[in-house]
Design a protein around this ligand. Structure first.
Ligand SMILES: Nc1ncnc2c1ncn2[C@@H]1O[C@H](COP(=O)(O)OP(=O)(O)OP(=O)(O)O)[C@@H](O)[C@H]1O
Ligand SMILES: [Mg+2]
Length: 216
């Protein structure tokens, strides 16, 4: 389902470079729930972005659902991402000038499996956002923003959910709720890879992998 073969990512700056991932190997099976842990700067976000088709590694191969994703054209990769992968970003990445409804529909445009109005209504309902559908992110609580980001990631029924510290800014009640959504997705056969410092995810996780970049 997800396979990384000797993936290296070097961020090149003018006068310095940072090796965020160094010949990293990983195999995640379909339906697995994997937690990623590691200190700040150890490459967790880099790893998720590389798996999510948003960051081309310096070397190595990333295979998702049998596709060498960086071998695809940019356009095909964007389509593949929209149809197969749900991504919850570390800082939500909601567009401030779009309301909840519009933010949720954002990646939908490029997907062939486009969601209908019923699905949008359903996901708003499931994430308790129906009453906030016409609010912009600035008019939402942090928990509501996070649920909007999760609704957006789940709308097209992805196979894989990648989430970068989805509970980092939430109180324990909201954090537990987020993990319940992830567990539901997982129970329906979805593959989950989640970066978290907290312990909420571990009761659901099949295993935890630790990143510890010694090169920094
Ligand atoms: N665009 C970039 N340009 C240069 N260096 C970068 C860039 N993005 C990340 N890095 C560096 O790569 C390393 C890994 O970053 P990454 O964001 O993957 O860490 P992380 O494990 O997600 O950290 P955190 O827990 O703080 O979110 C860090 O040392 C960071 O400074
Ligand atoms: Mg990070």
């Amino acid at each position: 389902m997800v396979q990384l073969d000797s993936v290296t990512k070097v961020y090149q700056k003018k006068h310095s470079s940072v090796t965020a991932l160094n010949e990293f190997d990983l195999q995640v099976k379909k339906g697995e729930f994997v937690v990623v842990k590691g200190p700040s700067g150890s490459g967790k976000t880099t790893l998720l972005l590389a798996i999510g088709g948003m960051l081309r590694p310096t070397s190595g191969i990333v295979t998702v659902n049998g596709n060498d994703i960086y071998d695809l054209s940019e356009k095909k990769r964007a389509k593949f991402r929209a149809e197969n992968i749900g991504f919850v970003f570390q800082l939500f990445h909601l567009l401030p000038y779009l309301n909840v409804y519009e933010n949720i529909l954002l990646p939908d445009g490029v997907a062939a499996n486009r969601a209908g109005l019923t699905e949008v209504k359903e996901i708003l309902d499931r994430l308790r956002l129906t009453d906030r559908a016409y609010h912009k992110p600035g008019e939402l609580s942090v928990g509501e923003r996070q649920r909007t980001a999760i609704a957006r990631a789940l709308l097209n029924g992805p196979d894989i959910l990648l989430a970068d510290e989805p509970t980092g800014n939430l109180d324990s009640e909201n954090a537990a709720q987020v993990m319940d959504y992830f567990a539901g997705f997982h129970n329906n056969g979805g593959t989950v890879i989640v970066v978290t410092h907290g312990n909420e995810a571990e009761q659901y996780a099949d295993r935890t992998i630790y990143l510890n970049n010694q090169l920094l």
